[in-house]
Ligand binder design. Structure first.
Ligand code: 5GP
Length: 173
C-alpha cells in the first residue's frame, strides 16, 4: 500500500491562492487576461484561482501536453494532445500549471504559445518543484515551493487516481 504524507493542507492551498490572486489582479488591473490551464492537473487550481481574480475581463482555455518514454528528460518526448481555441494574438496570457518539475513541458508550451503572437506570456504554478529542473523557465507566480517528492491530490494524479483528494500529499510507494 502506498503511504500518503500530507504536504499542503486544504486551508493553506486556499490561502496561497488568495495571495497570488491578489497579486495577479493588481498586475493585470484594467487589462484583459487569457488564462490557459494545463490539463489535467491544473483543473482545480484554475477553478479556484479564477474565482478570486478581481479582473473585469478574463477568458479561459486549456492545453494538454503529454510526454512519452516515461523517464526521459527531453523536450523532444513531449507532444501536444489538445491545443487552444481562443485567439491569443495581441493578448496577455497567463499559463496555469499544476506543478513545474523539469520545466520541459512548460518550455515546450511557452514556445508553442509564442507562435500565436500574444503580447505577453507569464506563468503561474501551484507547485514549483526544484530538484530536477532542466529547462530555464521563469515561474512568475507560485503558491508553494518543494524540493522533491512525488505529489498527489488537488488535481495531481498517480495513474489517474487521487486527483480528487482535497489536499496535497507526498506519495511513497
Ligand atoms: P515537467 O515537464 O516540468 O518535468 O513536468 C510537468 C508535468 O509532470 C506536470 O504538469 C505534471 O503533470 C507531472 N508531474 C511532475 N511532478 C509531479 C508530481 O510530483 N506529481 C504528479 N502527480 N505529477 C507530476
Amino acid at each position: 500500500m502506498p503511504e500518503f504524507i500530507p504536504v499542503i493542507k486544504k486551508d493553506e492551498i486556499q490561502h496561497q491562492i488568495s495571495r497570488i490572486a491578489e497579486t495577479i489582479s493588481t498586475d493585470y488591473q484594467g487589462r484583459e487576461l487569457v488564462l490557459i490551464g494545463v490539463l489535467k492537473g491544473a483543473f482545480l487550481f484554475l477553478a479556484d484561482l479564477v474565482r478570486q481574480l478581481t479582473l473585469a475581463k478574463v477568458k479561459i482555455d486549456f492545453l494538454q501536453a503529454s510526454s512519452y518514454g516515461a523517464d526521459t528528460v527531453s523536450s523532444e518526448s513531449i507532444v501536444l494532445k489538445k491545443d487552444i481555441d481562443v485567439d491569443i494574438r495581441g493578448k496577455d496570457v497567463l499559463v496555469v500549471e499544476d506543478i513545474v518539475d523539469t520545466g520541459l513541458t512548460l518550455a515546450y508550451l511557452i514556445n508553442h504559445l509564442e507562435g500565436f503572437g500574444p503580447s505577453s506570456i507569464k506563468v503561474c504554478a501551484m507547485i514549483d518543484k526544484r530538484e530536477r529542473r532542466a529547462a530555464a523557465v521563469n515561474v512568475d507566480y507560485v503558491c508553494t515551493t518543494v524540493e522533491n517528492g512525488f505529489l498527489v491530490g488537488y488535481g495531481l494524479d498517480y495513474a489517474e487516481d487521487y486527483r480528487n483528494l482535497p489536499e496535497i500529499y507526498h506519495m511513497k510507494l
